[in-house]
Design a protein around this ligand. Sequence first.
Ligand SMILES: *Cc1c(COP(=O)(O)O)cnc(C)c1O
Length: 355
Amino acid sequence: MKKYNFNAGPSILPREVIEQTAAACLDFENSGLSLMEISHRAKNFQPVVDEAEALFKELLDIPEGYKVLFLGGGASLEFCMVPYNFLEKKAAYLNTGVWATKAMKEAKLFGEVVEIASSKDKNFTYIPKDYVIPTDADYLHITSNNTIYGTELREDIDSPIPLIADMSSDILSRPIDVSKYAMIYGGAQKNLSMAGVTFVIVKEDALGKVSRQIPTMLDYRTHVKKGSMFNTPPVVPIYSALMNLRYIKAHGGVKAMEKLAKQRAEIVYGEIDRNKLFVGTAEESSRSLMNLTFVLKPEYQDLQDDFLAFATSKGMVGVKGHRDVGGFRASCYNAMSIEGCEALVACMKEFEAQH
Ligand SMILES: *Cc1c(COP(=O)(O)O)cnc(C)c1O
């Protein structure tokens, strides 16, 4: 049976990206050696990092003065590196969920943290719109897509202070105006690559403004200077990221990815709104195009396990919602096909007909 991968992360990647990466693990560019056993300083590996950076810049139209880095540690290490490198006295955070809260927790170790708004009052089902950005803060941190709650801030906001965004789960799903950000970062395992690498897009002249000493590995300047090669980088995840960046380019770039994301969302949200059994959890204006969350209506709550079992029997993988939200979550990253969304909808319709 065909499986449709709706996992939230690590998550679906284009089949050809997986095949190309697997092939390179067996024999890297006809060298007779595996990608897993060559030096990151080998002559044929440097072009992998160079092309991945160049394609990132091309696909997101990244202006001059920014550097793309491939690091270890996941988005979670960035929660600490961001304040280490940018927080002198005070930082502002928009609290839109668990990840934002974790980022704030780390920042508090380095200085004052102002929560400018929070949607915790309604279990993070919306993106707050009324807030004032303190102009005396060192930066504003946002989470553009809230993977757990299925909410997304799908615009590049104007900030009077340096703007830093965790885009772990919606990077490369739409065009972004990078010039509005001092830094964008994320773990790769949602929409870029396999787990193991973290991407960072950083404005070079935004660095070096704090007075504290920063340990070498946690100082972005180290990695800018060494082109992500200060220490051994995660070569296989970087290679699969490159294969995916090539795939995105060959399939029309981020504009085409956005168009597909909107088509997928229309199909799935359309059914969530139509089906008598289900209801979406996120406020409509905050709905994510990447993680589509829904629950059973109160009167059908006892069907929770039945629907999961039914969906699984039809080849749907990973549709169980996060424990903080319950219900279901269909993560529809770039590689999710329209066919996959239609299969999910068919499954929801069939289940409805049985009840
Ligand atoms: C998954 C996720 C993280 C955590 O990423 P790690 O790479 O596992 O540290 C952080 N932020 C968001 C928005 C995420 O979806």
